[in-house]
Design a protein around this ligand. Structure first.
Ligand code: G4P
Length: 529
């Protein structure tokens, strides 16, 4: 038990979220370099999911292979074991990304100083806020011209709904960028482009901003700017409180330049210090504390091998409590059966290793021949169902039909397995039983088509729909629900678990339905009530 507690205290499991191109890969790589998990810059980068909007099947295949390797990147820094869960940034992988966010204890949000808060960041932060996940913000690319610091903070508060607290403040920007002033340590970190890993940043203690050293270092103009801005910062923003951060009430903000490895160490040090160790997890039955001696965990991601000769899949399981051990019988709650794993895998950067033991906060990869679905719980026998793995309302829909009547079985199996993996969501229309596939990004349709052919020898036919949004509906009044179902039968479908969904053709239609049926509740994730 003593050991378990120590292991838990040592762990920080988090995700980095950003809009594509803000610098997530670069920052991840710099963090891994600090942890000694990789030796050369470029190791993650060269593996990077290529940002392509063109559908290139080989590319999809390659990306899938890569994202297994970078699904979890673990490294040790000082005494802490850091687990970075990859949240794929490509627009078309958003659903996968949403789910990964349910397996982290905190996140770092990367924002491009020039672009400010972008669309995907908004979506991802919304998911984090649903669970009050603690958030640290890193504003990147200060070596380039960008938005004014205060404007950015306002934008973050407004668009992301975060209460921000700058921990550092930039001195100049772009051509004039001199460094950042660490408000709490009262230190000036001087910027040197392309500072290498082994060269420490030059740090000058300046306890009093009126000190002339500041002018000597950054010039009079910037020194005066900083003095003025520091005053505003002091007046406007609250004091840092670890507790408030951990409750998701305030978000510390750092400024830096990932590519120049500037501000990254500062971020990491602060992260190690303040980010939460593995937190309790909610199940439908009760709260599970990480310190409970009995093992529990849940599957948040499944990766299938695209090669039809190797049908195995990897299920990624987050450990929530107790110690997970290799070759030990555990209970698969949904299937009500015992299973043991001879080759559970851990991921240290891109290296895979068989693990003997894993602790809360860790992620293990389990080789699976089709036993797992996203959201499955494993325990030592207790019937627990972990919460926080909802399906999110997709926004692009197509009817899907089996093209080859001789292959109906393969078609059905393929569709079901791909849905289990969380590639997309399947809805069955009430009126006529037609299958509708809903995705977050359009590329998924091609992935499904391709994989159905390659892996299941089934061919799919798509047909456009006018649906724009699916939301789950409930109603406490059975009579009202009946009326709603009768009036709206054209727009109703069931999801994979038989829950009723309203398929709206536009926001306006959705609003009308809400207004006309005030007793009916519309939910935007599948987890409600
Ligand atoms: P992502 O994972 O969030 O999509 O972003 P990624 O790290 O790939 O960074 C996107 C681009 O921004 C890359 O340039 C990267 O080099 C650059 N970048 C990252 N951090 C900084 C920074 O602090 N300052 C500046 N000026 N640029 C930064 P690219 O041209 O798309 O790729 P590459 O050719 O450099 O590899």
């Amino acid at each position: 038990m003593g050991n378990l507690l120590e292991e838990i205290k040592k762990r920080r499991t988090f995700g980095i979220v950003s809009h594509p191109d803000a610098g997530k890969t670069t920052l991840t790589e710099k963090l891994l370099l600090f942890g000694g998990a990789i030796q050369v810059a470029g190791a993650v980068k060269s593996n990077k999911i290529k940002k392509t909007t063109v559908s290139d099947f080989m590319e999809i295949e390659k990306q899938r292979g890569i994202s297994v390797a970078t699904s979890v990147m673990a490294f040790n820094y000082k005494d802490v074991k850091v687990n970075i869960l990859d949240t794929p940034g490509h627009k078309d992988f958003a659903e996968d990304t949403f789910r990964t966010l349910t397996a982290v204890d905190s996140v770092i949000v990367v924002i491009d100083v020039a672009k400010g808060v972008e669309e995907q960041t908004e979506k991802l932060v919304k998911v984090c806020r649903m669970r009050d996940t603690p958030i640290i913000v890193f504003i990147n690319k200060l070596d380039r011209e960008g938005k004014d610091g205060f404007d950015l903070l306002d934008e973050i508060e407004e668009k992301l709904g975060l209460k921000v607290l700058p921990m550092s403040w930039p001195v100049g920007m772009g051509q004039r960028f001199k460094g950042v002033y660490n408000i709490f340590e009262k230190e000036l970190n001087l910027f040197m482009p392309h500072s290498k890993q082994d060269i420490p940043e030059e740090v000058i203690a300046i306890t009093d901003l009126s000190d002339k050293i500041l002018d000597e270092q950054v010039g009079e103009e910037l020194a005066n700017e900083l003095r003025e801005e520091a005053e505003i910062l002091h007046e406007v923003y609250p004091k840092f409180s670890k507790e408030a951060y951990r409750k998701g009430e305030i978000s510390p903000v750092f400024f830096g330049s990932a590519i120049n490895n500037f501000g990254v160490k500062e971020l990491l040090e602060c992260f190690i210090d303040i980010a939460p160790d593995p937190m309790p997890r909610e199940t439908e039955e009760r709260m599970v504390e990480p310190t409970e001696p009995k093992f529990t965990g849940f599957v948040f991601k499944i990766h299938a091998n695209i090669d039809p000769r190797h049908r195995d899949r990897i299920a990624f399981m987050r450990i929530c409590s107790g110690t997970f051990k290799r070759n030990t019988n555990y209970y698969h709650v949904r299937q009500e059966k015992k299973m043991k794993f001879s080759n559970p895998t851990s991921f240290m950067a891109s290296k895979k290793e068989i693990v003997e033991e894993a602790y809360p906060g860790d992620v293990v990869g389990l080789y699976d021949s089709g036993n797992f679905k996203i959201g499955d719980s494993m325990t030592e026998g207790e019937k627990l169902h972990f919460k926080g793995l909802p399906s999110f309302s997709p926004e692009i829909f197509r009817f899907v039909d089996n093209k080859d009547p001789m292959k109906y079985k393969q078609f059905q199996k393929g569709i079901n397995q791909l849905m289990d993996e969380g590639v997309a969501q399947l809805f069955i229309r009430e009126m006529d039983g037609r299958r509708i596939i809903g995705v977050v990004g359009a590329l998924q349709f091609e992935v499904i088509q391709y994989r159905m052919e390659k892996e299941y020898t089934a061919r799919v036919a798509y047909e456009q729909t006018n649906f724009r949004k699916a939301c789950w509906v409930t109603c406490d009044n059975p009579a009202e629900l009946k009326t709603f179902r009768q009036r709206r039968s054209r727009d109703l479908a069931k999801d994979k678990d038989g829950n009723l969904c309203f398929m709206a053709e536009s926001d306006w239609m959705l609003r009308m339905a809400q207004e006309n049926h005030p007793e009916v509740k519309f939910h935007f994730t599948s987890e409600f009530g």
